[in-house]
Design a protein around this ligand. Structure first.
Ligand code: DOR
Ligand code: ZN
Length: 336
């Protein structure tokens, strides 16, 4: 099985030692990825975007991989600033304040008029807006409650591309077909698990993430649009590494580390669900190319059906399926 130019449209690469330790997990197999800006402090100036991109390029060494950079949304960005940074970024990421890891500087309240100058300028400059769509309501309802905010923004800025990041609910899936300018990323883990897998038995900290995995019917809705490669849906792993100590702790950090096994497990999932390979290809690359207008570096990942035992950790970060066997292995990467 071959996948051409796989793209991960939602990835956390972190910084410093963690960046150096985990960047290759993505760069070896993916052609490129949208890089999240939730560092401490968040990536919010042109200098920070360029410097972070250089640190990423340094960490990936010789790998052929494009980091598509993002900026941390602030309602104070004006058009002149956005024009000056346009060529350095692929999107801007909006976090509600305090909703997840390092999002304290995000947006509080979603007053359209307050956001209008920045969002209008983004719309004119054709800068996509990626949103972590959760309210601060009850944890299982946060995303469904946020759909009305997506709808308000999609209506107020009809030319702005809005990407509902890491959707986890049937309500978000339904919103996709109602608004022309709404798109979505879906993670690997939300196609595989529900809240039961996280907390139904012994608590599984390595499956704890934001948004939290939801109900079986939500997973069914996500699987449907992923397996049919709905043209407004893209793969975005939200692979979010934390050191083992931060996950196996009394205050467990949110994030599932899937980068090293994502393509192999997607291959297994699509095969088990009898979805055609061309749909997987569209889900992991073609749809994103259309939506974002990116032209990824040529790279072909050859997968073979050969059991692979997932390591218990990658430099101190525990991956999904640690110590378990998955059905596919990476056989070869063909460049060019
Ligand atoms: O589980 C998550 N981890 N969700 C997010 O939105 C952020 C991410 C992280 O940065 O750790
Ligand atoms: Zn994320």
């Amino acid at each position: 099985m071959q996948l051409t130019a796989p793209l991960d449209m939602h990835l956390h690469l972190r910084d410093g030692e963690m960046l150096d330790n985990i960047a290759k997990s993505s760069a070896q197999t993916f052609s490129g990825a949208i890089i999240m800006p939730n560092l401490v402090p968040p990536v919010s100036t042109k200098e920070e975007v360029i410097a972070y991109k250089n640190r990423i390029l340094n960490a990936i060494g010789d790998e052929q991989f494009t980091p598509y950079m993002t900026l941390f949304f602030k309602p104070t960005y004006d058009k002149a600033f956005l024009e000056s940074i346009r060529d350095e970024i692929t999107a801007i990421k909006l976090y509600p304040a305090g909703i997840t890891t390092n999002s304290e500087g995000g947006v509080s309240g979603f007053d359209v008029e307050e956001l209008r100058p920045t969002l209008e300028a983004m719309s004119e400059l054709d800068i996509p807006l990626c949103i972590h769509g959760e309210t601060n309501g009850f944890v299982m309802d946060r995303e469904a409650e946020f759909v009305s905010i997506y709808e308000r923004l999609a209506t107020a800025f009809p030319k702005l591309k809005i990407i509902m990041e890491h959707i986890t609910t049937k309500e978000s899936v339904a919103a996709l077909d109602k608004y022309e300018n709404l798109y979505a990323t879906i993670t690997l883990h939300h196609l595989l698990i529900t809240l039961d897998d996280v907390a139904g038995g012994m608590l599984k900290p390595h499956l704890f993430c934001k948004p939290i995995a939801k109900r079986p019917e939500d997973k069914v809705a996500l699987l449907k649009v992923a397996l049919e490669a709905h043209p407004k849906v893209m793969f975005g792993s939200d692979s979010a590494p934390h050191p083992r100590e931060a996950k196996e702790a009394c205050g467990c950090a949110a994030g599932v580390f899937t980068a090293p096994i994502a393509l192999q497990v997607l291959a297994e999932l699509f095969e088990n669900e009898n979805a055609p390979l061309e749909n997987l290809q569209a889900f992991v690359s073609g749809n994103a190319q259309h939506i974002y207008g990116v032209k990824p570096l040529p790279k072909t990942v050859v997968l073979e059906k050969k059991p692979f035992t997932v390591p218990s950790s990658y430099n101190g970060v525990v991956p999904m399926y640690a110590d378990e066997e998955i059905a596919y292995s990476i056989k070869e990467i063909i460049y060019g």
